[in-house]
Design a protein around this ligand. Structure first.
Ligand code: GUN
Length: 287
């Protein structure tokens, strides 16, 4: 269509996990033939300096998507930085304008992990309309936008969090259970309705041998790898319990993560359509 989508990723400081995430996003851009660049700023960057960086990217025609990798160093106001990104270039869907559009059902760039979850359900032929969905976690990045997208797909949605009383029985109401609480293997057999569909957004690095034994005791190959490397990744759902109780589930690693990046590419492509005259702007939820 005569437009090459362009993504700029801004990485502040040297958080090792953030470096890996940004590298994978840039690789995905290369794979789809999009232009990409990473702006690396030192951990001592001030809010004002970062705001000026974002302003410069806002003004560059060949950059369609701007992504400021989170978390930012604590002395920087993430809220101010995210609000400075031009809403039409906000491929993470974190700008208050896009959040408001998502909540009120208007076309918007929606956050990538939540839209990836919807994509997984749809492509797996799992119906959402009329089903009970339970979301564990209320973050702005995953929990809240996931609840909004499920609602837009006509699920009946419950959002739980660390202060929900009797969490297991609330979770067991879910035909669809989304785990995004950030605690390793916190959802166990008692939280999962037999036959439920479980989407595990958690990525937790485990270094404790007793924990690894408890979560992965059934999987000798993974346990062997843990013993060799000293660490492994587990989600927010107990790997053995979910395999035994759920009808379908996303494994960690390898489940939801790749979809997050795919949806970032989808949002970047949608944002680039702005440069095609009379294209009508991005489609609903950037899909
Ligand atoms: N940190 C964790 N998840 C995300 C994400 O989806 N986008 C950005 N920018 N930072 C993150």
């Amino acid at each position: 269509m005569g437009v090459r989508p362009g993504l700029a990723a801004v990485l502040v400081g040297d958080n090792p996990a953030s470096q890996i995430y940004v590298r994978n996003k840039i690789r995905a851009c290369r794979r789809i033939g999009a232009h990409s660049e990473t702006l690396r700023l030192s951990a001592g960057t001030t809010t004002d300096e970062l705001l000026r960086t974002v302003e410069r990217l806002n003004g560059r025609e060949e950059i369609d998507g701007i992504l400021v990798q989170l978390p930012l160093p604590t002395h920087i106001s993430a809220q101010r930085v995210l609000a400075a990104i031009a809403p039409e270039k906000d491929v993470d869907g974190f700008h208050p304008v896009n959040v408001g559009r998502l909540v009120s059902g208007q076309p918007c760039l929606a956050p990538c992990t939540p839209s990836g979850l919807i994509e997984i359900l749809k492509r797996s032929g799992i119906g959402i309309r009329g089903r009970r969905a339970v979301v564990v976690g209320r973050s702005n990045i995953v929990g809240k936008p996931t609840a909004m997208l499920l609602l837009a797909e006509h699920a009946t949605v419950t959002v739980c969090h660390s202060r929900t009383s009797d969490l297991p029985s609330v979770c067991r109401e879910g035909d669809i259970l989304v785990a995004a609480a950030g605690r390793p293997a916190m959802l166990t057999r008692e939280h999962i309705r037999p036959g439920a569909v479980v989407l595990d957004v958690g990525i937790n690095r485990i270094r404790d041998a007793a924990q690894a034994e408890r979560f992965l005791g059934h999987d000798t190959a993974r346990l062997d790898r843990f013993r060799k490397t000293g660490s492994t990744l587990v989600g927010d759902v107990h790997p053995r319990h979910v395999a035994e109780v759920a009808a379908a589930y996303t494994p960690v690693p390898g489940g939801v993560g790749p979809l997050t990046i795919a949806m970032l590419m989808s949002n970047t492509l949608a944002a680039s359509q702005r440069r095609i005259p009379a294209s009508g702007g991005p489609p609903p939820h950037g899909a």
